[in-house]
Write a protein that binds this ligand. Structure first.
Ligand code: ASP
Length: 554
């Protein structure tokens, strides 16, 4: 008796060969190597020893004919759910990696998400419309990938960082509900888990206010979670950017667990502890039932926040012990009564731990936010099968760039200020809030958008705040401002990160294994070996050298 596992996209089927049925066939089968491509005909029969772990585990095929279509070399890593192949090797032989079940399932999940989105949006009257990939480079945002034009010597296209201006022009064109599952390109410095080309679910609607956009797209997320995960979400909670920053230390909080920030000001009155009295902010979190953290565990937390990426100098802890007494790392400065008043501020129960940091306001909040996430991971509070979406609203319109000494649009320059903050635009630009929103899932920003400016003068004003001269604005975005003069409807939209959403639905944090052919951490496709240099002839045709020479000559 001989068994062969036949694998295809749909799973594994066991082939059975038997000396008694056909000894020549058995001999042929015994020579099959791994990954050989075969064709068989036979009879489906009930298995004697069933494997209920796999879908086809109750049957096998009594093979009548076996045809070898193509033999295979031994693959460089095992084609199994748990492979011995490292990341680079798997990417080099991605077609073999895709034969593995987890990869296959990821790609099918991606397809399923695409279908769910298309069906949901189409039913609401959204039309999928393509926008061009060869467009014009603009200085705003990230760096563009550029493409030389052979027919227009010395000129370059840019690949879109997003279809933003085109989707707005579609609104001016009267296509009042648009979406597109679309590639976007950003030539950013590489950070872990960033891809230079990635996919967005890009959407725009005309004649809407912020509330319409929020309801439409929270409906989409609820639909997706139900359809793909069987998860029922009643509504998506909302919080302002300010609240998120003060309560979680970042603008994309994971609300699957609590650990909200507690600011200690009242509780510190009269203390002589310099670390606290000199600080702009003293803030902490309560870690439930962890007063039994050992010295070693607490030291590890201190080490974590002292890492250069976080850069805090110290962490103060206080324990509300099981016997209702208090102790802390600063016993010298605070007596038990003082510590008990901290306990009140943190609303501790016996057995809870308080972790406190002090210092510069923004830095301390950010650091505590990192510590909160670290603990969330460490204590298993970030459960991959739990889904907690959230809207973050009222982002600031602008942020100050200290290096360039100028304002940047926090979302993008087409985002409209809140009407009630318009009067601050000249006097206190940093205080103006935008009609901008992010949708967050499990601590990741999965989408963001805004209500747009649709008035030429306001758009002009926005560009000038961002440091464009009228001329520059006209040169870069004249087409958009012109369009606003021909009856532009109020409009707004959002774009979701399609790769990220797929990964989160697949219960993972990294997007790379949800993309069929991703780039590695240096932006390379190591399978096809790209990017690569060009032939001299190609360069000549593009006149690249000439362009530089001419530029240098002025
Ligand atoms: N185009 C924006 C982005 O890529 C999204 C939007 O405002 O709709 O972030």
């Amino acid at each position: 008796m001989l068994f062969v596992d036949l694998r295809d996209r749909y799973g594994i089927t066991q082939l059975a060969f038997n000396e008694e049925w056909d000894s020549a066939l058995l001999a042929k089968a015994s020579e099959l190597g791994r990954e050989t491509v075969i064709q068989v005909k036979g009879e489906v029969i009930e298995r004697s020893s069933k494997n209920l772990q796999i879908a086809s585990g109750e049957i096998e095929i009594k093979v009548a004919t076996l045809n070898v279509l193509n033999i295979a070399k031994i693959p460089p890593f095992t084609i199994e759910d748990e492979t011995d192949g490292g990341d680079e090797l798997r990417m080099q032989y991605r077609y073999l990696d895709i034969r593995r079940k987890p990869m296959r399932e990821n790609l099918l999940l991606r397809h399923k998400l695409g279908m769910a989105v298309r069906i949901y949006l189409s039913q609401l009257g959204f039309a999928e419309i393509e926008t061009p990939f060869l467009i014009k480079s603009t200085p705003e945002g990230a760096r563009d990938f550029v493409v030389p034009s052979r027919m227009n010597t010395g000129q370059f296209y840019a690949l879109p960082q997003s279809p933003q201006t085109f989707k707005q022009l579609l609104m001016v064109g009267g296509m009042d509900r648009y979406f597109q599952i679309v590639k976007c390109f950003r030539d950013e410095d590489l950070r872990a888990d960033r891809q230079p080309e990635f996919t967005q679910i890009d959407c725009e609607m005309a004649f809407v206010e912020q509330e319409d956009v929020l309801q439409t797209f929270e409906g989409m997320l609820v639909h997706i979670l139900k359809e793909m995960k069987g998860v029922d979400i009643q509504s998506v909670p909302r919080m302002t950017y300010d609240y998120a920053m003060r309560t979680y230390g970042n603008d994309k909080p994971d609300i699957r667990f609590d650990m909200k920030f507690v600011e200690l000001d009242q509780a510190l009155k009269g203390s002589e502890f310099k670390v606290f009295t000199d600080a702009e902010l003293v803030v902490g979190i309560r870690v439930d039932e962890k007063a039994d953290f050992t010295r070693k565990e607490l030291d590890a937390l201190t080490d974590f926040i002292r890492r250069p990426q976080i850069g805090m100098t110290g962490l103060i802890w206080a324990k509300h012990q099981k016997d209702n007494t208090f102790s802390s790392s600063v016993n010298k400065f605070f007596d038990p009564d003082a510590l008990a008043s901290w306990g009140q501020a943190f609303e501790t129960k016996p057995g809870d731990l308080m972790l406190i940091m002090a210092g510069n306001e923004a830095k301390t909040r950010k650091a505590l936010g990192e510590l909160r996430m670290y603990l969330g991971n460490k204590l298993g509070l970030r459960k991959p099968n739990e889904f907690a979406p959230l809207w973050v609203l009222d982002f600031p319109l602008l942020e100050w760039d200290e290096d360039a000494k100028r304002w940047h649009a926090m979302h993008h320059p087409f985002t409209s200020p809140k009407p009630e903050d318009l009067h601050l635009l000249d006097s206190k630009p940093g205080k103006v809030r935008a009609n901008a929103y992010d949708i967050v899932l499990n601590g990741h920003e999965i989408g963001g958008g805004s209500i747009r400016i649709h008035d030429k003068n306001l758009q002009k004003k926005m560009f000038s705040l961002l440091g464009f001269t009228d001329e520059e604005a006209k040169k870069q975005f004249g087409f958009l401002m012109d369009a606003f003069e021909y009856g532009a409807p109020p409009h707004g939209g959002i774009a979701f990160g399609f790769d990220r959403m797929t990964a989160l639905l697949g219960g993972q944090e990294s997007i790379r294994d949800f993309i069929a052919f991703p780039k590695n951490n240096s932006g390379r496709d190591i399978m096809i070996d790209a990017p690569a240099s060009l032939q001299k002839e190609q360069l000549k045709e593009l006149q690249i050298e000439l362009i530089i020479e001419n530029k240098e000559k002025g």
